[in-house]
Structure formats: C-alpha cells, structure tokens
Design a protein around this ligand. Structure first.
Ligand SMILES: Cc1cc2nc3c(=O)[nH]c(=O)nc-3n(C[C@H](O)[C@H](O)[C@H](O)COP(=O)(O)O)c2cc1C
Length: 390
C-alpha cells in the first residue's frame, strides 16, 4: 500500500477492486444524500486552533471506553455485508482492529457469523443488534453473543424502517449478487475479489442462515430480512434488552437530546450520536451538528460516542472537542477492506491514528483527556462539552 496516504486513496482503490454494486452499497446514502454530504461538510467547517511551542513530545492516543482500554479513541462501526467487500471481511476487519488495540463491532447483518468470527479471532468483540419482529430471534442471537464472549452490545435504534438508497435499487444489490450481464462483466474484471469471496466461509447472512426456520435459500432469507424490520419498536424493547443482556449496553442512532436523556434514564452505558452514516433519514442534521447539545444533555455517567463522516484524524479531534469520548469509524475502514483486505483496514486505522497524533501536536495537546473545546477556534462550543471528564 505504498502510494496510499489518506482515506480517499483507499476509497479510490476500493472502487477499482470491488464490484460496483457492493462499492456503491458502502459508498452511498439515502435519497438525495443531503445528510451524507452534511456529515462531511459540517466537520470540515470546524476549525482547529493552532498552538505553538508546547512540549508535545510525550503524546498518547490511549483512552478508555466503557471501561475497556483502547490504543486510540476509535471503534470499528458495525457494517453489514463486510464479507461482500472481501471474502471473510468481518474476520479480516476484526483481526486488524485487534492488532491495533481497538474494538471491532460485528453487525447482525454480517456475512461471517458470530461463531465464525469468535473462532477465527479468539478475541472478544462487540456485537450489534437489530431488534426485529421475531423477538425469539433476538433472544437466541443474544445468547449466541454471550457464548461468543462479546464484551459489549450495540443496540441500533434508527432503523425501524429502511431508508432507500437509489443506487442499491438501480444496481440490483442482493446477496449473493444478482446475475445480470453488467454484473458478470464487472465481476469478471475483479478476479481477486471473486476468488476471495468464493473462498470465504460464508456467502449469505451468516447470523441468520440455519437459524431462521425454513429459510435455507438465500433469496428467501433476504426477503425475510426485508420484512423483519419492525416499525413497532419502542423504548419498551430497550428495557427488555437491558434485562436480558448481561453486559454493557450501547444505544446507537441517537440524534436528539431528549432521546439521549431517555437512553440515560433506561441505563445505557453509552450512546452513539449517529445518523447511520446518512443512510436513514435524509434531511436529518449532520451528526457533528447534533453532538454538542446531546453531550450537554447527558451526564458524565453515560459515555457519548460519535460517528458520521469521519475520514481524517482531525475529524476525530473535532468530535472529541465537542464532547465525544471516541469515534466509531464506518466507511473509512470499509474502503480499506475493499482496497486491501486486512492490510487495508490496518492502513485505514494507521492513517487516522497518525493524523490524529499530528493534529494533537499542532494544537498543543498531549493526551486524549485534554482534548476539549479549547482546541477549536472560538473555544468550546458549549461549556459542558469542554468540561466533560474523560
Ligand atoms: C455499508 C454500510 C453498512 C452499514 N451497516 C450497519 C449495520 O448493519 N448496523 C449498524 O448499526 N450500522 C450500520 N451502518 C452504519 C455504521 O455503523 C455507521 O453508523 C456509519 O457508517 C458512520 O458513518 P461513516 O461511514 O461516514 O463513518 C452501516 C454503514 C455502512 C456504510
């Protein structure tokens, strides 16, 4: 990965190496992609405050999140179908995260199953749950996550119905890929991808196959998934999950201070300020613009995590300055996976860490705990965000 110097290089390489339907699946947002663009645009508008002649020779990116030690304030976000970016993509990403000393979050909609990842990595990982209509399925899968020693549950609460991504429909994005002439030509020009996916442990939704009765056929399974998102989901379900999950609980997909307060009241150990990477409610505010008010509303007992648009180390610093404890990284590592498998994910993590380290140096910051509103031009956006203990 010699000439790769930034996340956008990984994106360009992934675009060449991954069939279009799966590259577009990762790259796109819902509807007009207004929120997708706002996630980036609003981050870029926040200016960092350059400071000089501070001794920054002893910098450290280490921090803790929900009591776990992290080498840097990053977590690999749950992303569906990683195994379609590269065969065994979930395992490759988990291995890269483990080597870097940060958590990997396995999506419910993964290609490799919980058991595949546990067996191949032999390290604890976080598990992300969608509560679907079939509540028995949720109960079973949580038992599987406990058996696999998953050390946190990320409950995603912003997908009661599915936002439409135009490109997925136009590309006929299905698992496994729909055989259309255009797809055949596309895949034929990407032999390394085809080889890796054909040799992967699983070619369907690994967590669902065999556990959904009478659904061994992949197309049936995909249809079942589509029908299973539950518009009736409510805070009562969060209470139920809290009762049956024995470990740390993180609620992901919060964009409103009132919702954040309810999450705290129900005992969430952490929340993720997120608009699902601009893939759900198009027209919703960017995650970064929603962060300060939520950080203010939440007391210091509940940790605030952030995602949406993080593509540089400076972005991580911006989010931390506005009250986040750490960032979930989405597309930045997915592009790395498509570009170069495990090495590509490791490269994405390394790029972000190095950029963050330089941003810390040039803002006169030595420790993650010292990043607050003072590193921003104009000072703290909110007083409480500046004071939040880390
Ligand atoms: C291709 C793709 C698939 C995703 N699948 C899931 C998922 O299965 N569960 C989930 O909670 N979030 C999912 N997300 C949202 C991410 O966890 C995260 O919130 C988002 O990617 C952050 O924005 P970013 O990609 O700009 O960093 C997905 C995102 C992408 C890009």
């Amino acid at each position: 990965m010699k000439n790769i110097t930034c996340i956008d290089d990984l994106r360009q390489l992934a675009r060449r190496r991954v069939p279009r339907a799966f590259f577009d699946y990762a790259d796109s947002g819902s509807y007009q992609e207004e929120t997708l663009r706002a996630n980036r645009g609003d981050l870029e508008r926040i200016k960092l405050r350059q400071r000089i002649l501070v001794d920054v020779s002893q910098r450290s990116l280490a921090t803790t999140v929900i009591g776990q030690k992290l080498s840097s304030p990053m977590i690999l976000a749950p992303v569906g179908l990683l195994g379609m970016q590269r065969g065994d993509g979930e395992i490759l990403s988990a291995n890269a995260a483990n080597a870097a000393g940060i958590p990997f979050t396995l999506s419910t909609m993964s290609i490799c199953s919980i058991e595949d990842v546990a067996e191949a990595t032999r390290k604890p990982f976080w598990f992300q749950l969608y509560v679907i209509r079939d509540r028995d399925f949720s109960k079973d899968i949580l038992a599987r996550a406990v058996a696999a020693k998953c050390n946190a549950l990320v409950l995603t609460v912003d997908l009661q119905v599915l936002g439409q991504r135009h490109r997925d429909i136009k590309n006929g994005m299905t698992v496994p890929p729909e055989i259309r002439i255009a797809n055949v030509i596309d895949v034929a020009t990407k032999p390394a991808w085809a080889w890796s996916v054909l040799n992967g442990r699983s070619k369907t939704f690994g967590n669902l196959a065999g556990h959904v009765k009478g659904m061994e056929n992949v197309n049936e399974l995909a249809k079942w998934v589509g029908e299973q998102f539950d518009p009736a989901l409510s805070w009562k379900d969060v209470e139920w999950i809290k009762k049956i999950w024995p470990g740390k609980l993180i609620l992901k997909g919060i964009l409103d201070a009132d919702d954040a307060k309810t999450a705290v009241k129900l005992g969430a150990d952490a929340i993720v300020v997120s608009n699902h990477g601009g893939r759900q409610l198009d027209g919703a505010p960017s995650s970064i613009s929603a962060l300060p008010a939520i950080a203010d509303a939440v007391g210091s007992d509940t940790e605030v995590l952030f995602d949406g648009g993080v593509r540089t180390g400076a972005d991580i610093m911006r989010a931390l300055a506005l009250g986040a404890r750490a960032c979930m990284i989405g597309r930045a590592y997915v592009y790395g996976l498509g570009a170069g498998g495990q090495v590509g994910v490791a490269k994405a993590i390394d790029i972000l860490e190095k950029e963050l380290s330089v941003a810390m140096a040039l803002t006169g910051t030595n420790r993650i705990a010292d990043i607050d509103g003072r590193v921003l031009v104009g000072g703290a956006a909110t007083k409480k965000a500046a004071k939040r203990k880390r």
